[in-house]
Design a protein around this ligand. Structure first.
Ligand code: G16
Length: 544
């Protein structure tokens, strides 16, 4: 194989965020930008000569171009086999499964998740390690270090690979295998859930459903699993064709962006169950007829009912949630007497706990839930979990949620996002909050007395690694919490996220609107951080 070494100059902005490197496509299109980052990853890894790399993405604009570039760099750096999803497509959870199933050395996943796609929108790349999960911080730190001094990359002089025909081919000693992106993943789902029961529940009409693939990667997965394997009506999967620009929309599964689904679910004659997933298929939004289930509640409900699902019938070893996720799942863990871990935002922090068997289920407020079946959060898995629950319990979504609140109480929860805030303004907000950490404890604000204020620091219980500055928490004597942190996934300015929660034990007060129930805490949050005052904005850009 003929290999060329190309001189390059380092870029100083290749620091991976919460989930890999995400930038505008125009940034990735700069000469050597993608090449540098991929070479920096390979330079930071050891002992992969002759081994297998999995490659695929969510199909967004630049996906195919990037895959051809990466194939050549991977070949030049000595990988022995590349396993690539047909058409360059792999959902993030499917990529995680394929890395594990074929015992690959690792994988590169091309996605900017729920961010919009297109020539003027976002692209992203992340490296997943051999357990199928996102590279932990010690890796991503090394990639960034290397990217800052890189001065050349290696590339193989080979033709572009045909990504569309299934099967293996040898290219100058490199084996390239194009696989169907759905088959292995669908078989995994079949091994976890009760497909026979689901088929019966769907064919009898007890379950009717609508799944919004948001013109992103989950379309082919949902069609195969929900329609072909489980017998749902073909029109129950909407926006099923993956498009490079997601049809001009944000492939972000929330009530604002999945508006077609939301309208249907809150109208007369809504299906029993509605759900959506994001650009790369790892997020999920769960709804029922006239009800939206917050991701935090969804995690708690799944934990409380996991024994009803075949793969989890023996119970859970433990659960975990990211720090800003509501404490609803903690109550389930306490009731079942299993451990509950609190990790920083980012799926990579669950990997060690899952590998060590400390947890079976984990999730985040940011529409992510998953289990030990892969090492990523998994949108369609969550959809099938809920469908399986509805089929076993013979209860509509709203009844399942209310039954849960009745038993455990309700953690009323909301998140306010202020997007594209000028970075110096956002940093000043965080500094101002930091300064209040020592003065707030003991202060009273109406019925709210501050119990503690701190900046979350996580010590990984498995490898002892420490992650500092993971968000500012203000906790009150009555268990309420306000959390502030800056997003690690945005591509323009800074996004301030404010997470607010209050526990309500009284069942007669469970049906309140979250914004109303949390109004006092929302006011307090503004008093502490002054985001509206400092930015001149009157409301958050996104409320979930
Ligand atoms: C990624 C991470 C998640 C995280 C989310 C939001 O999800 O994998 O763990 O919760 O970003 O992070 P932030 O609050 O820093 O923006 P995804 O679906 O975007 O890959």
């Amino acid at each position: 194989m003929q290999i060329e070494t190309i001189e390059t100059h380092a870029y100083n902005d290749q620091n991976p965020g919460t989930s890999g490197l995400r930038k505008k496509v125009k940034v990735f299109e700069q000469p050597g930008y993608l090449e540098n980052f991929v070479q920096a990853i390979f330079d930071s890894l050891e002992d992969f000569s002759g081994k297998t790399l999995v490659l695929g993405g969510d199909g967004r604009y630049f996906n195919r171009v990037a895959i051809q570039i990466i194939i050549k760099i991977a070949a030049a750096n000595g990988f022995g086999e590349l396993i690539i999803g047909q058409g360059g497509l792999l959902s993030t959870p499917a990529a995680s499964h394929i890395i594990r199933k074929y015992q690959a050395f690792g994988g590169l996943i091309l996605s900017a998740s729920h961010n919009p796609g297109g020539p003027n929108e976002d692209f992203g790349i992340k490296y997943n390690v051999g357990n199928g999960g996102p590279a932990p911080e010690k890796y991503t730190d090394a990639f960034f270090q290397r990217s800052q001094v890189i001065d050349s990359y290696k590339t193989a002089i080979i033709e572009d690979v045909d990504l569309d025909n299934l099967g293996s081919q040898q290219i100058d000693g490199l084996k390239v295998t194009i696989i169907d992106p759905v088959t292995d993943y669908a078989a995994l789902m079949q091994s976890i859930f009760d497909f026979n029961l689901l088929k019966q529940s769907i064919s009898s009409g007890y379950i009717t459903l609508m799944f919004d693939a948001m013109s992103a990667i989950t379309g082919p997965y949902a069609k195969r699993i929900l329609v072909d394997m489980l017998g749902a009506a073909p029109d129950s999967v909407i926006n099923a064709e993956p498009l490079e620009d997601f049809g001009g929309h944000h492939p972000d599964p929330n009530l604002a962006h999945a508006h077609e689904l939301a309208e249907r679910m809150f109208s007369a004659g809504a299906p029993t169950f509605g759900a959506a997933s994001d650009g790369d298929g790892d997020r999920n939004m769960i709804t029922g007829s006239n009800i939206f289930v917050t991701p935090s509640d969804s995690l708690a409900i799944m934990a409380a009912n996991a024994h009803l699902i075949p793969a989890y019938a023996k119970g859970l070893s433990g659960v975990a949630r990211s720090m800003p996720t509501s404490q609803a799942v903690d109550r389930v863990a306490a009731c079942y007497n299993i451990p509950c871990y609190e990790t920083p935002t980012g799926w990579k922090f669950f990997g060690n706990l899952l590998d060590a068997g400390k947890i079976t289920l984990c999730g985040e407020e940011s529409f992510g839930t998953g289990s030990d079946h892969v090492r990523e959060k998994d949108g369609l898995w969550a959809v099938l979990f809920w469908l399986n629950l509805i089929a076993v319990k013979r209860m509509p979504v709203a009844d399942i949620v209310h039954e849960h609140w009745q038993k455990f109480g309700r953690d009323i929860y909301c998140r306010h996002d202020y997007e594209a805030v000028e970075t110096p303004v956002a940093n000043a907000i965080v500094d101002c909050l930091r300064q209040q950490i020592t003065t707030l404890p003991g202060q009273s604000f109406g019925e709210y007395v501050v119990k503690y204020a701190d900046e979350f620091c996580y010590e990984d219980p498995i490898d002892g690694s420490i992650s500092k500055n993971q968000g500012i928490r203000i906790g009150f004597e009555n268990g309420s919490r306000i959390v502030f942190r800056l997003s690690g996934t945005g591509t323009v300015g800074a996004t301030l996220r404010i997470y607010i929660e209050r526990f309500e034990a009284d069942a007669t007060r469970h049906n309140q609107d979250a914004q109303v129930a949390l109004a006092e805490l929302i006011e307090l949050a503004e008093q502490f951080c002054e985001v509206k005052k400092r930015t001149g904005r009157v409301a958050p850009d996104v409320t979930t």
